[in-house]
Design a binder for this molecule. Sequence first.
Ligand code: PBG
Length: 330
Amino acid sequence: MYPLRRNRRLRTNEAIRSLVRETIISPNDFLVPLFVVEGKGVKDEIPSMPNYFRYSLDLLENEVKELWKLGLKSVLLFVKVPDNLKDNQGKEALNPNGLMQRAIKTVKNACPDMLVMTDVALDPYSVYGHDGIIENGMIVNDATANFLAEMSLSHAKAGADFVAPSDMMDGRILTIREALENDGFINTGIMSYSAKYASAFYGPFRDALDSAPVDMIDIPKDKKTYQMDYANRKEAIKETEMDIDEGADIVMVKPGLCYLDIVREIKNAVDVPVAVYQVSGEYAMLKAAAEKGWLDHDAVMMEQITAIKRAGADVIVSYFAKDVVKILNR
Ligand code: PBG
């Protein structure tokens, strides 16, 4: 009771504050998303993601070496697929010499101990910009899940340590797990995007990969029949528990900041590591506000990352990873 308890004593100076700090950020917290394109010498800034780039394989090599030096030991790969290779089925995704498969090998050659996770979803390969195969104007579930299992297998064969299905089809974790087991890839992990919401915060990412749903008659305009309704909370627990039952090693909540209530609930409910994806729109918002001089970029970035970890994130997927770690290393 006051004045016996004066809470401000523990805030007197930075030494005591750091001594009693509950949440500490380290390079080990991060999984770094990387965008890969065809070509040579390409380092393309993404217009809606300032200071974030798409790399061709030769420059990807330098980038992962730099990440490794900074203490960032895990990457999540996304590919931008040339338009002429896109179709409804995503066939190019199975090409053993496709961009993703070569990207995996490039990272492993450059940094053999780097943990390589791959995005498993149809949208970058789909002419329609959807995460599933479309029949009669609908996203078909089971055929898509089967395809994603083949895609996962192809990534595992190329050397991926983890596959990360980001599509939200029902049952795909089990389908993928069985395919990996049956082919002997018993140590290939699955990080499931388990509570992934139909969010408007993915806009800049879709610019980066040119993967937005097309505006065509008979093609769904959005992803609301598979990604979750952002009004829902209990459903996130159900989705996550089902993915764990089906074999997910790591589960994920996405997006990050607006969904930290969900992160905490899931963290309390499950006993596997929980990843949080601070998505492209979250990155873009801070960059834009900082550019205008309205927010202190580094201070807000550290506050946001700390909030994500405090909410329960064991793994943080963030475009800020490098910026954060540079500050930590100062
Ligand atoms: C697609 C995928 C998306 C993101 C990761 N994988 C976009 C979407 O679902 O439309 C979004 C990442 C971001 O916004 O940073 N399977």
